[in-house]
Design a protein around this ligand. Sequence first.
Ligand SMILES: C[S@@+](CC[C@H](N)C(=O)[O-])C[C@H]1O[C@@H](n2cnc3c(N)ncnc32)[C@H](O)[C@@H]1O
Length: 354
Amino acid sequence: MAKNANLGAAKSAKNDEFYTQYADIQKEVNAYIEYYPDVFRGKTILLPCDDPEWSNFTKFFAQNFEFFGLKKLISTSYAIESKKYKTDWQPTLFETENPIYNVEKSRIKGKIFTLTHDTNNSGRIDIDDLQWSYLEGDGDFRSAEVTALRDEADIIITNPPFSLFREFLAWIMEGKKSLLLIGNMNAITYKEVFPLIKDNKLWLGTTDVRWFYQESTDSPLYEAAHSRWFTNLDHGRRHQPLQLMTMADNIKFSRHKEIKGIGYQHYDNYDAIEVPYTDAIPSDYVECLGVPISFLDKYSPEQFTIIGATESEGKGFSNGLWNPESGVAQALINGERVYKRIFIKANRGGADNQ
Ligand SMILES: C[S@@+](CC[C@H](N)C(=O)[O-])C[C@H]1O[C@@H](n2cnc3c(N)ncnc32)[C@H](O)[C@@H]1O
C-alpha cells in the first residue's frame, strides 16, 4: 500500500514536469489566429509555470511577437529546488553568462523573463530581446508576485503542473482572465471544472496533445494520453455543427453494433437515452441524451445545451461534494454503471435544425 502510494506520488511528480512540443503549441494557437487574426494584438501574455530555457511556449510567442502584435510577453519559471521531480539540472550558458547570475539564487528563486521591445537593435523584436531577472520567491503561481503578473496580463497560457490543474484554473478564473491551458480530458467532470464548461465559460481547444518531453528537447517523448487544450478563447471548430443521422437511419445504418438493428437504451435512474458514441447522436431527438465526455471535442453551443454530468472522482453525489445538476452520480443501465457521461439536449427542436 505504502509502496503504491510512493509510486503514485513519483509518477505525479514526473507528470508535473512534462514539457510541450513546439509543433503542438503552434497547431493550437494557429486555430485562434485563423478564427480571429487580432486575438493577441495589443495584449499582454503571461506564460507561468514555464522554464523558457527548456520550454517552447516562450520561444513560440517570442518568435511571433511582432506577427501577433503583442504588447508584452512575460514568462516565469519555478525554482529548481522547489520542483518535486529531481533531475540533473545544470544552468545553461544563457544564464551563467549573464552578469546577474548567482549560483545560489539560481537554485532557490524563480525567474521572470519579459519581452517588450527591440533591446539589441537588430531591427526586430524576437527571442534575443528577452530580459530576465530573479523573482523574490520560487515562482510559485500562487505567490503574491506571480499573482500580480496575472493581474497585469490579458491572457494566461501554459501547460500547468498536472497535479495542480484545478488550483491553477481557479487562480485564473479568480483573476477573470483569458486562458489557454493543457490539462487531462478527465478534468472535464471535476467539480471545479464542469460547471464552467456547462455554462460555456470554458471549452476544449481544437487539437489534442499526446507526446511531451522532459528536461531537454532532446529527451525521448513521453505519452500522456487524453491531454487536451482548455480555453475561453473562441475558435471556429466550436461553431461547426455535427452532421448526424436521424434515429431511424442510425438504427438501420449505424456502424456501431450496439445501435444497428437494436436502437437506444434508456438509463434506469435518469430520464435520458444512452448514446455511447458521439456520431450516433440521433439528429431528430429532442429529449435528453447521455454521451461520452469525448463529445466535447465536437460540441457546438449553437447546436446543443449541456444539462449535467455524472461525477468522475468516486466521491459521489450523495455526500454532497458534487452536484452535477443531473442529480445522478452514476448513470445505470440494468443496474450496471455506465462510464462517465455528459447529458445534453439539442437546441431548437433537434440537432439537424441548425
Ligand atoms: C507540466 S510542466 C510544463 C512546462 C512548460 N509550461 C511546458 O509546457 O513546456 C509544469 C511546470 O510547472 C512547474 N511547477 C510545478 N509546481 C509549480 C507551482 N506551484 N508554481 C509554478 N510552477 C510550478 C514545474 O516544475 C514545471 O516546470
